[in-house]
Design a protein around this ligand. Sequence first.
Ligand SMILES: [Zn+2]
Length: 304
Amino acid sequence: MAFAGNRSGKCKNMVKVPFGWVRQMADRVFHRSARSRTAGALGPAVSGSTDLAGRWLAWRQAAVRERPTALPLEKAALRVAVIAPALIIAALGGCTSTVRPGLDRRPIAITEPLDGSSRARLAYATSESASCQAWLAAAAVPFRPVADQIQSETCRVIAAGTLQNDGVRYAPPRPMMTCPLAAAVSLWRRQAVDAAALEIFGARVTQIDHLGVYACRPVNNTPGARPSAHARASAMDIAGVRLSDGRRISVKAHWSDGAAAEGRFLRRIRDGACQVFQTTLSPDYNLAHADHLHLELGEGRICR
Ligand SMILES: [Zn+2]
């Protein structure tokens, strides 16, 4: 697992490159070139000299005599002196930018509004089974662990549990999912769905309608495709929500009208999901998602 602050191998190479280049240039200017040129122009007596200043002057004269249009050595040395530090600074700057964002270790509470750091912070907080369950307990999210289920090589549910009603119903009830998914769904529901419902409709969320979590199948039900995150109970398909004013909002019925309150609400909760999940797919992605939002934890990053 990658953590914040790790530097990539590329970064090490970036540091090596300018030093290697500087050494090579210095060698070329002060040693190798001088040796090869002085050996021919001045003979072994000078080329074997240990007097650096004398060798420099001798070689300088020979170099000018041989190639009057060549880059003056002082200028070449000056270029090395100026360019090398700049390259080193650029390389180090590049290293800073290549530090992988990794997982932000700062604690995250379920009461915190979503921002650009939410996904990484929640991922770190729930990366271990014990810490994940502790996070859910601290957040007052009822989660009942279930026994591991291994259906096949690719379909297995490890360290999962059922998400219970916590003032908001899930329909169908008690969906089984991994602990990190339960944490992500809970954070998203409170900080994106509840907030959007209150702001746009002045109502509370009473129910989350979903199309399921665990399903032993490949991606898009395509034979031969890689196993879906649903095969690990690590993705949830959200069909819509019901509000305290009796309103029912569904992706299938309301997504198409993005200007209507329902359409704006659905886009708000889709965008909020992108702050929590690695993969968030809506009807904007493809026809296979015309009636739900696919919220998935795992690798990669898709928000559409
Ligand atoms: Zn899905």
